[in-house]
Write a protein that binds this ligand. Structure first.
Ligand SMILES: *Cc1c(COP(=O)(O)O)cnc(C)c1O
Length: 363
């Protein structure tokens, strides 16, 4: 089976971890600092603050951006649950706006319609590694005095108009093993705002700037030096990982062009999509349903992923919270989306196997 995701860990990462284990400093220490500096430089942000995972990075970024109880944060329902849950952790209310059918990303026009007096922030997600329309979101944030928190957990190295995803607002990243780069578990907040960065540093350390003196309710959201050592090596490889993803995506595009029953990913002009996922839409004119298509691909040795089968506003948790939104584009895409292997461990031979299987499964 060609898996839908596979982390690539080499001798460099193994040696780096071994050296941290021998150093005696195995929790947060100098490696975390080195990783933060290297990551900030890569993203083109003034500061980067490491966290224990992408979810805690989002939580920290939201609090540091001033989001608290009673506030509303506008985000997408078509994402991983962590996006919206991080808003709930703040005692704030996620307000869902629908997505654009082509990009799968939050639609700026729909966001504008959801702004109220309680809105404190907007949180676009660069889904599958495809950058959002950041010019629009920056304008909305600016015009309405809202904080801009980017969920860039799937978009390490993606670019919008020459700038990296995660460098427009408080940019949050995840280093979970399936992402474009990994630290095992890990996360990061990138920002140009020193006040936001300082606040994240304080909150991840139980709200203290001086040891055993606590100004605010904080958390233990620290990254370990073991994780950071992996991250430093992975960051050096990120460009080659992303290039491999982009090349495989271009190959798939060439094979699936004009094929009836599927739509290939849309990339806006001037954007760099880094293909955390290569996601097809199985459209109503296909001879098979999306789920039959997935089953057939599995039988042909090709792993697939459905991201996401149920939009967040329809999740049992959110139903219980009283959400009754109707967000037709997200609901439709949840029935059509299917991702095929595009990670850098997919060989040239394997991608040919995948493409053949896709065409066969549509018959
Ligand atoms: C992975 C992911 C997260 C959460 O990251 P973790 O490191 O798993 O906590 C948040 N948002 C999106 C869009 C993600 O893909």
């Amino acid at each position: 089976m060609i898996p839908i995701a596979k982390p690539l860990i080499g001798e460099e990462e193994k040696n780096a971890v071994a050296s941290v284990l021998s150093s005696g400093t195995i929790a947060q220490g100098p490696k975390v600092k080195d990783f933060e500096e290297a990551f900030a430089k890569y993203i083109g942000a003034k500061r980067a603050v490491a966290a224990s995972n992408g979810t805690t990075a989002l939580h920290l970024a939201l609090i540091a951006s001033g989001v608290g109880p009673g506030d509303e944060v506008i985000t997408t329902p078509f994402s991983f649950i962590a996006t919206a849950n991080s808003i709930l952790y703040c005692g704030a209310k996620p307000v869902f706006a629908d997505v654009n059918e082509n990009s799968f990303n939050l639609d700026p026009e729909k966001v504008r319609e959801k702004i109220t007096k309680k809105t404190k922030a907007i949180m676009p997600v660069h889904l599958y590694g495809n950058p959002c329309e950041m010019r629009e979101f920056q304008k909305i944030a600016h015009d309405n005095s809202l904080a801009l928190v980017e969920d860039a957990c799937q978009a390490h190295g993606a670019e919008y108009s020459g700038k990296k995803a995660g460098s427009f607002g408080a940019g949050c990243f995840s280093f979970y093993p399936t992402k474009n780069m990994t630290t095992s578990e890990g996360g990061m907040i990138a920002t140009n705002d020193d006040a936001v960065a300082d606040k994240c540093v304080m909150l991840r350390q139980h709200g203290s700037t001086k040891r055993y003196f606590h100004d605010e309710l904080g958390y233990n959201y620290r990254m370990t030096d073991i994780a950071a050592a992996i991250g430093i090596e992975q960051l050096k490889k990120l460009e080659s990982f992303n290039s491999a993803r982009i090349a495989t995506a271009a190959y798939y595009d060439s094979q699936f062009k004009g094929v009836r029953g599927i739509e290939t990913p849309f990339v806006e002009k001037g954007c760099r999509h880094v293909f955390h996922q290569y996601t097809l839409r199985v459209t109503p004119d296909a001879k098979v349903s999306r789920d039959e298509f997935a089953e057939k691909l599995g039988a042909l040795g090709v792993g697939t992923g459905i991201y996401y089968p149920l939009p967040i506003h329809l999740q049992p948790l959110y139903k219980k919270l009283g959400y009754e939104d109707c967000l037709p584009v997200s609901e439709k895409l949840a029935k059509e989306a299917i991702s095929i292997p595009v990670h850098p461990a997919v060989s040239t031979k394997e991608r040919e196997t995948v493409a053949r299987a896709v065409l066969k499964a549509l018959e």
